[in-house]
Every structure is written in structure tokens, then in C-alpha cells.
Design a protein around this ligand. Structure first.
Ligand SMILES: N[C@@H](CCC(=O)N[C@@H](CS)C(=O)NCC(=O)O)C(=O)O
Length: 275
């Protein structure tokens, strides 16, 4: 979140031409449009896009200028799917740019200029590029004020889970990857080790969800958005979620929320601009 705020505060003022063009690309409510116009005026004067109101957490204060984001990604990539899911659940229309990982597009100079790590997803928003799926989720939650937690303490709890997700769910992702692309798999012992780590993580999550309705507490947050796409595709790694009843119940509960869809259903497979 800090990165996003820093990036926002360094944002150059918009030119009048850009300001005039922006609203045409937005599909937002009148309230959001009014907030956007106000932010743009302040930005033109060199002010930061959003000033935190005293006594309010960042997530609880008004949304910043919500220009239409562009998601640079690949449909089958779970980190990409997290961002697609977050944008969809937050009701944010986005453009989509397919990055052909098989062709090595992520190593091109043009892509590395967007993301030094050479990976998808990348979120382009208001002239800034954001990398690392869970950081992007925090940026979106902060920007749109949704699934962000209602207090500073909750935001920290969510951040802990996002870190856990990166640490532990990556094993699940690797097992899935090596099953999808066996020719790239390392020695069986390595895959077994990763499977063991993933299983331990699922055991842990199942225990936790025995007493917590959603991952970071009683309400759905970006922590759930980060984890759900891994669980929705766990069968591709040979993990049967039915083995973890609390986890399965959570996944069903989460899937009943408005706009929640399987990552493969919501991610475009080719460029989508507008619409
Ligand atoms: N920690 C990163 C991981 C992203 C990641 O692993 N992306 C993969 C696709 S799922 C990628 O771009 N791989 C291409 C490469 O590393 O060359 C995140 O959460 O965004």
C-alpha cells in the first residue's frame, strides 16, 4: 500500500487534454465521476490525489481518481486471476492485455519496462505500473475502498494473510504447474516436497477456517480474493479439496458472493480494450 501511495503522490499533474478525455473512458457512477473530477482538479494543482482524512483509515476514506485500469496478464496464471477477480468483485471495468509467456513476451524490453520482475500480472493505472499480485490487491482495495478491512488492525491482519499466501500457496501453484507441464517438472522428490508443503498449508488453512468465517475475519477481504483462485484450481495439482471440509465450506461460501467466478471464466484469453 505504501508503494502505491508514494507512486500516487509523485504523480505529475495531468494536461488539460488528458483531463477532458478521461471521463469518456470511465464507466462509473455519478458519485465516482464527481470524485474523479475533484481529484483531477487537485492533481492539476500539484496536490496529491487523495489526502487521508484525520481519524480515518486509508481504506475507509473516499476513492481516488479511478481511471480505467489495464490488466497485463495471462488467463491461466493464478496470480493474474487474483487481480481479475478483485477488479470484477470491486465492479471496476478494466482493459486486458494478453502477455504471451510461452513466447517469452515477459522478457521483452517493453514488458520489463512495466515490470522489472518479468512476470504477470501487471496492473497499469493512471500512468503507473504495479507488480506482484498481492500488492496489486492491496492497491485496489485501497483505491476503491472495497474488501480492504475496516480498521488499521484489520488491514495488518489482511497483510499477514497476503504474505502467508505468497509464502505457502506458491507450493500449490508449483505442483499444479508441473502437472500441467510435466516436461518442465524437476525430479519426483522435489515435486513430492512441494506437494508436502502445499498439503501442510491446506491443513493449516482448514484448521483456521474451522473458527473463522472468512480468511482474515468475519467479512470477505482481499485475503480471500488472493487464496480463492488457488483453491478453485487445486484439482489441477491433484488436490481434492473435499479432504478439507472447512476449506471446502469456505470456498463454497466465498463462491456465493456477488461476482465471484472461477478464474478461467472471468479471465479473457486475448486483448480486450473497452467493453
Ligand atoms: N509473486 C508473483 C508471482 C507471479 C508469477 O509467478 N507469474 C508467472 C505466471 S503465473 C510468470 O509471469 N511467469 C513467467 C516467468 O517467470 O518467466 C505474483 O504474485 O504476482
Amino acid at each position: 500500500m505504501a508503494n502505491a501511495k508514494t507512486a500516487k503522490s509523485k504523480k505529475p499533474a495531468k494536461t488539460p487534454a488528458k483531463k477532458a478525455a478521461k471521463p469518456k473512458t470511465l464507466k462509473a457512477s455519478p458519485a465516482i465521476k464527481a470524485a474523479a473530477a475533484k481529484s483531477a482538479k487537485r492533481a492539476a494543482k500539484g496536490a496529491p490525489i487523495r489526502k487521508a482524512k484525520p481519524g480515518k483509515t486509508p481504506a475507509a476514506s473516499a476513492p481516488r481518481l479511478p481511471g480505467r485500469p489495464v490488466l497485463w496478464a495471462m488467463a491461466a496464471s493464478i496470480p493474474s486471476g487474483k487481480v481479475g477477480l478483485a477488479l470484477t468483485m470491486m465492479g471496476v471495468p478494466f482493459d486486458y492485455r494478453h502477455v504471451d509467456l510461452r513466447a517469452g513476451a515477459q522478457r521483452s524490453a517493453a514488458f520489463l519496462a512495466k515490470n522489472r520482475f518479468g512476470q504477470v500480472p501487471v496492473l497499469e493505472h493512471d500512468g503507473h505500473f504495479f507488480a506482484q499480485s498481492n500488492v496489486i490487491l492491496q492497491y485496489l482495495a485501497d483505491t476503491y475502498g472495497k474488501y480492504a478491512g475496516g480498521s488499521a488492525a484489520e488491514e495488518i491482519r489482511i497483510a499477514e494473510w497476503l504474505q502467508w499466501d505468497q509464502d505457502k500457496m506458491s507450493a500449490l501453484g508449483s505442483v499444479r504447474f508441473f502437472r500441467r507441464f510435466p516436461d518442465m517438472a524437476p525430479a519426483a522428490a522435489v515435486v513430492d516436497f512441494l506437494r508436502g508443503r502445499a498439503t501442510q498449508a491446506l491443513d493449516f488453512l482448514d484448521r483456521h477456517l474451522g473458527s473463522s468465517k472468512f480468511i482474515a475475519g468475519p467479512n470477505p477481504t482481499i485475503a480471500d480474493i488472493a487464496v480463492f483462485p488457488w483453491i478453485a484450481t487445486a484439482d489441477e495439482g491433484g488436490f481434492d479439496i473435499a479432504r478439507w471440509p472447512n476449506l471446502r465450506a469456505w470456498a463454497e461460501r466465498f463462491a456465493r458472493l456477488p461476482a465471484v467466478t472461477h478464474p478461467y471464466k472471468l479471465m479473457p484469453t486475448q486483448d480486450r480494450i473497452g467493453g
